[in-house]
Design a protein around this ligand. Structure first.
Ligand SMILES: Nc1ncnc2c1ncn2[C@@H]1O[C@H](COP(=O)(O)OP(=O)(O)OP(=O)(O)O)[C@@H](O)[C@H]1O
Ligand SMILES: [Mg+2]
Length: 371
């Protein structure tokens, strides 16, 4: 799966966006730069939500949240939201997401039965009025694509939705959360799961492709060990000898931790890290690691535990907490940890960009201009 091109004429702060991500570039890692407020996070979230949420009823509310306020001008019937070209492994798929005016009545009819023309699917109904209350839907989002049958088109969108991932700091404002919950971040009230982070947590449990770089999830780390052990065992059943997935995982982690050695409890109840310091061995726990170490580990474990392969991986502000050496290093890390993926990295880091060719680096206007 490879994102080839994305065009966004006019969405929130994004104007006349047209970016190509060349399929034959090696490695398939593209930094995306702009000034603060240039629209990098908006663009990554728009791509993610369109591709991850369009065919799953449970995920559509996230799409409706993102689209709230996306109006069609007076005198117009349609407005293009985004045109996304994807290489699906066999062919180029052109997805044209477009909004159209509709009546509230139309939105009440089972949309699954509706198909307006030969080559378009109704994706969702939403309100183009920006409000904190639930407004009646007056606009529908459609996706135009060429396919042989409606079922095939849906299968294709399902396949794409399983291969798109977004990683971002949890302090990022997520435009696909309900507008009222975004406001909570700026108010003093915090009552139970009615706070922003509670709502983000619930969104994370519904959006399998979403990851926030928080603390290292020990659960995910242990899951990776168990998965590696099971893969080794399956190989033993098939071939007569155990695989080396478990050992590779240990080696990778030890390499990453340099002066520490990872150690898993025999009953998989936890992990610790042995630090060898002047002949003395100190036992450390995840909570003892540094911010940057935890972040690097958590990205590695996320890619491994979710089996992220042959996917489009969008990552926002990947460089936060990394020393410039590690900002540079993260490019070869990603190449090694998930070589079949395409990565698009929204970043402000020169060190990260220097690990690639200038042609890999994509920019959203206005470019950095000397004043
Ligand atoms: N409806 C809107 N119309 C126009 N601009 C908007 C709209 N909503 C938000 N913006 C602008 O979009 C910008 C937010 O964009 P975004 O967060 O995507 O930028 P970014 O490139 O990720 O920035 P940073 O590098 O600071 O993270 C803000 O500057 C905001 O003013
Ligand atoms: Mg941003």
């Amino acid at each position: 799966m490879h994102l080839l091109r994305v065009q966004v004429p006019d969405f929130r702060g994004l104007k006349n966006i047209d970016i190509t991500f060349e399929k034959d570039f090696v490695p398939s890692i593209f930094p995306l730069g702009s000034q603060n407020g240039g629209g990098k996070s908006t663009l990554l979230q728009l791509i993610f939500v369109l591709l991850h949420c369009s065919v799953d009823e449970k995920k559509k509310p996230f799409l409706e949240n993102l689209l709230q306020g996306f109006k069609i001008s007076e005198g117009e019937d349609k407005r293009v939201l985004a045109i996304i070209d994807i290489w699906d492994g066999e062919k180029i798929v052109n997805l044209n997401f477009c909004s159209e005016k509709c009546s509230p009545f139309e939105a009440m009819v089972d949309f699954d039965e509706q198909i307006n023309s030969e080559d378009s699917l109704n994706i969702c109904y939403y309100s183009s009025i920006q409000t904190n209350q639930n407004q009646e839907p007056n606009t529908k989002l459609q996706c135009h694509l060429t396919y042989q049958s409606k079922e095939q088109a849906k299968l294709l969108l399902h396949k794409i939705s399983r291969k798109i991932f977004l990683a971002a700091p949890s302090t990022q404002i997520f435009l696909f959360l309900p507008p009222t919950s975004r406001k909570l971040l700026f108010s003093n009230s915090s009552n139970g799961d009615k706070n922003y982070y509670g709502i983000l947590e619930s969104a994370r449990s519904q959006l399998q492709g979403l990851f926030t770089y928080d603390f290292l999830a020990v659960k995910l780390l242990i899951k990776s060990f168990k998965d590696a052990r099971d893969r080794d065992f399956r190989e033993a059943i098939k071939t007569g000898s155990y695989g080396n997935n478990y050992q590779t995982l240990i080696n990778d982690l030890n390499l990453m931790l340099s002066n520490k050695r990872i150690n898993v409890n025999e009953d998989f109840s936890g992990v610790n890290f042995k630090l060898y310091n002047n002949g003395e061995t100190i036992e450390l726990y995840p909570e003892d690691l540094s911010h940057g170490e935890l972040k690097r580990l958590s990205i590695y474990i996320w890619l491994k535990s979710r089996n992220i392969e042959d996917a489009i991986v969008l990552m926002d502000e990947i460089e936060i907490a990394f020393h410039p050496d590690w900002q540079y290093q993260i490019i070869s890390d990603l190449k090694e940890w998930g070589p079949s993926n395409q990565y698009i990295l929204a970043t402000h880091s020169y060190a990260l960009c220097e690990a690639l060719t200038p042609a890999h680096v994509k920019e959203i206007e206005p470019k950095l201009i000397k004043k």
